[in-house]
Design a binder for this molecule. Structure first.
Ligand SMILES: *[C@@H]1O[C@H](CO)[C@@H](O)[C@H](O)[C@H]1NC(C)=O
Ligand SMILES: *[C@@H]1O[C@H](CO)[C@@H](O)[C@H](O)[C@H]1NC(C)=O
Ligand SMILES: *[C@@H]1O[C@H](CO)[C@@H](O)[C@H](O)[C@H]1NC(C)=O
Ligand SMILES: *[C@@H]1O[C@H](CO)[C@@H](O)[C@H](O)[C@H]1NC(C)=O
Ligand SMILES: *[C@@H]1O[C@H](CO)[C@@H](O)[C@H](O)[C@H]1NC(C)=O
Ligand SMILES: *[C@@H]1O[C@H](CO)[C@@H](O)[C@H](O)[C@H]1NC(C)=O
Ligand SMILES: *[C@@H]1O[C@H](CO)[C@@H](O)[C@H](O)[C@H]1NC(C)=O
Ligand SMILES: *[C@@H]1O[C@H](CO)[C@@H](O)[C@H](O)[C@H]1NC(C)=O
Ligand SMILES: *[C@@H]1O[C@H](CO)[C@@H](O)[C@H](O)[C@H]1NC(C)=O
Ligand SMILES: *[C@@H]1O[C@H](CO)[C@@H](O)[C@H](O)[C@H]1NC(C)=O
Ligand SMILES: *[C@@H]1O[C@H](CO)[C@@H](O)[C@H](O)[C@H]1NC(C)=O
Ligand SMILES: *[C@@H]1O[C@H](CO)[C@@H](O)[C@H](O)[C@H]1NC(C)=O
Length: 572
């Protein structure tokens, strides 16, 4: 997603004055070596690039422009590999692997996910994993592209699409684990691979869920943010929304400033409704429960300003509405107050045509050159059939909708899922839909069973994976989730709370998985989310309570509203 990555890149550049601690450790002679490592590689797989970086504080990534992801920065001494994998059925992808020095390796393995359809090794998110002491992997998913260009799906007789769907993640986890084991054996270490983790948001969330569905043995704990798990429905829903806004500049279109106006109006109404004693706390925690009426901002006369037209109101309502086809709700709407945060809609220069690309290259490859997909008319005339075809075809078999996670749970696997309540890219309600399906299918309706292996944390006011870049809303969002460390020094974990499971969701997952002796001892019932006010450097914090609990301000203690200690997670 271009705006997100632009944000990541900008913050990353802004932070580049940060100088982390330098760990100077000797090269591991003979271990970071093509010939000796390659003995564990399957046929068709080879090490494309290998660097033993001895000094620490390095930047590392692809030597050619990586269209999807920036480099990792300020990384400690490491053996860095790029591996190319070719396999049956036109499979061809790469992955990057960071192997920390034997002394700093914590015996664990971490795979990080991708964003949108951006093809490239996610070096940027691998950097933080390395700082925890994890051997860290990321795949390019079989293509190189920015998030809004999908023509690669035609490559290799659709092999590229299957790699993107699930094969590249699965294959790179298996092969990278073998390389990890081999490397630490070669170093003469007695350390063996212990646990394997996943961290990803959006597409990365989908990838992690898909992996525990197809290979439950391959991971022990997964941190899943805002998962785009239902791709076969999500993409046509995006087309439906984009078609409501279309054409750019037409009567139903809202530009960025108009969307911002709507968002600010709704947030102004909704903030006090879910704040203690009705006093605005700057966070719209539960937007779906808000009462508001867009008639208040309806234009009554021509030339009126600070209002939107009847046609534009219909567009906003279509964004919020459940999507109904053939009389059945097929996809949930976006939460009110998140209008401005959906980059598919308002940024015509980047992703507005993303859903047309989906039809051309994912769904109807035989019509890739057809003018049918130059606008939304054909889609609007045939919506039910096209949507039906998307569900049936499930391009790349990417959808992660096997809700039976019992094989994963039975081996002690843990899921921590989180989702911003102001997410209109993957509507927040998609996570509710996933959670309740697993509750029924895996846990037999028992919340105690869910509690023992699957924790869900809503992040009040957060947008898609990250703080909302459209409005600079000052809400606590940082829990060390996927990609989040890249926004803040020290580019690992949560600033000031490195590896603290109370603040760092990935550390909470490590602790939860690593309690084989005393199961449930460190089952995370709450995680503290934080953010900073750029003006004052003050930290704002709030507990995220494991679903179905919600944070409630304690009026007896009456502490500062912006501090987590003033809030409880009462039983419901
Ligand atoms: C790390 O690299 C940056 C950029 O090259 C440099 O400014 C900084 O001094 C280095 N920090 C250390 C601790 O070596
Ligand atoms: C590693 O060895 C393989 C097989 O000999 C070769 O194809 C590849 O180019 C080598 N990679 C590097 C980084 O030297
Ligand atoms: C990323 O790092 C590689 C070295 O690993 C370097 O060749 C490349 O120029 C870097 N890219 C950017 C954009 O800094
Ligand atoms: C995952 O990869 C492993 C190792 O290559 C392979 O044995 C397995 O069949 C793959 N799983 C799926 C579902 O493709
Ligand atoms: C590894 O284990 C062996 C056998 O237990 C022991 O002899 C050796 O000293 C150990 N090596 C290291 C580096 O701890
Ligand atoms: C238009 O009129 C309605 C009904 O009187 C009112 O509620 C609304 O605020 C008006 N719209 C604007 C933008 O003033
Ligand atoms: C979408 O926009 C990109 C970049 O402007 C362009 O290359 C591509 O052809 C467009 N796709 C469609 C389906 O119009
Ligand atoms: C709606 O019904 C039509 C006619 O039976 C069918 O072709 C289409 O696939 C259905 N669409 C969905 C999304 O269920
Ligand atoms: C797992 O827990 C054990 C026992 O508390 C501890 O020694 C070990 O360091 C932990 N492992 C990790 C990777 O945190
Ligand atoms: C940060 O704090 C200052 C001073 O209290 C306040 O004026 C400003 O609005 C705050 N910024 C945000 C983004 O909340
Ligand atoms: C509020 O805090 C007080 C003091 O810590 C505590 O005794 C009380 O149970 C809390 N109230 C609620 C409703 O949790
Ligand atoms: C969060 O969990 C910790 C550890 O169990 C507990 O001490 C704390 O009171 C909890 N915080 C809230 C707000 O419930």
């Amino acid at each position: 997603m271009a705006p997100l990555l632009a944000l990541l890149l900008n913050l990353w550049l802004a932070n580049s004055a940060f100088a982390g601690p330098t760990i100077k450790l000797a090269r591991q002679a003979g271990a970071c070596d093509n010939t000796t490592l390659s003995t564990v590689l399957p046929s068709g797989t080879y090490i494309e690039r290998l660097n033993d970086l001895p000094n620490g504080n390095e930047t590392y990534g692809d030597p050619f422009p990586n269209l999807g992801y920036p480099n990792a920065t300020f990384i400690p001494a490491v053996c860095a590999l790029t591996v190319r994998v070719t396999g049956p059925d036109n499979s061809d992808y790469r992955f990057g692997l960071f192997l920390p020095r034997e002394q700093t390796w914590n015996r664990n393995f971490l795979a990080v996910g991708n964003y949108g359809q951006a093809g490239g090794i996610n070096w940027a998110d691998m950097g933080p994993g390395l700082k925890y002491g994890m051997a860290t992997v990321s795949t390019d998913t079989g293509h190189s592209s920015p998030g809004n260009v999908l023509d690669w799906a035609l490559e290799r007789n659709r092999g590229a699409l299957r790699d993107w769907g699930y094969r590249a993640v699965n294959g790179s986890i298996h092969i990278a684990k073998a390389l990890t084991t081999r490397y630490y054996t070669l170093t003469g270490s007695n350390k063996t691979l212990d646990k394997s983790y996943w961290s990803g948001c959006s597409t990365g969330g989908r990838q992690g869920l898909k992996q525990i569905q197809i290979e439950p043995e391959s991971l022990d704990g997964v941190l899943i943010g805002a998962p785009a798990w239902d791709t076969k429905r999500l993409f046509p829903w995006i087309a439906n929304i984009a078609s409501s806004f279309s054409p750019i500049g037409g009567p139903t279109y809202l530009d960025f400033s108009q969307l911002l106006f709507v968002t600010q109006y709704i947030r102004g109404i909704c903030d006090p409704q879910d704040s203690p004693a009705g006093i605005p706390d700057g966070v719209v925690s539960w937007p779906e429960e808000c009462n508001f009426n867009l008639n208040a901002i309806r234009c009554n006369s021509t030339g009126q300003t600070n209002c939107i037209t009847d046609a534009q109101i219909e567009t906003v309502l279509s964004l919020h509405a459940d999507y109904v086809i053939n009389g059945t709700t097929i996809f949930p709407g976006a939460p009110p107050g998140a209008e401005v945060t959906n980059p598919y809609i308002f940024d015509p220069s980047s992703i507005t045509n993303f859903s047309l690309e989906y039809f051309k290259y994912f769904l109807y490859p035989d019509e890739a050159n057809s003018p049918l997909w130059s606008n939304f008319s054909h889609f609007l005339d045939n919506e039910a059939a096209i949507f039906g075809h998307s569900i049936e075809a499930n391009p790349g078999q990417a959808t992660a909708d096997n809700f039976d996670l019992s094989a994963f749970r039975n081996r002690g696997g843990k899921v921590i899922m989180y989702h911003g309540t102001e997410d209109s890219t993957v509507p927040t309600a998609e996570t509710a839909r996933f959670y309740s399906s697993v509750l029924t299918t895996t846990a037999g309706g028992s919340s105690a069973t869910m509690d023992s292996f699957f924790k869900l944390f809503y992040v009040p006011g957060m947008g898609h994976c990250f703080p909302d870049s459209g409005t600079e809303q000052y809400v606590p969002w940082d829990i060390g989730g996927a990609g989040q460390p890249v926004l803040t020094p020290p580019l690992a974990s949560v600033p000031g709370h490195f590896l603290d499971p109370q603040y760092d969701a990935l550390a909470a997952l490590f602790a939860w998985v690593n309690t084989t002796g005393t199961p449930g001892e460190r089952n995370p019932h709450n995680i503290t989310a934080v953010t900073w006010n750029a003006t004052t450097s003050a930290e704002k914090s709030r507990p995220l309570c494991a679903f179905p609990r919600r944070a409630v301000y304690n009026t007896t203690r009456a502490g500062p509203i912006d501090q987590a200690t003033s809030w409880d997670c009462p039983t419901v």
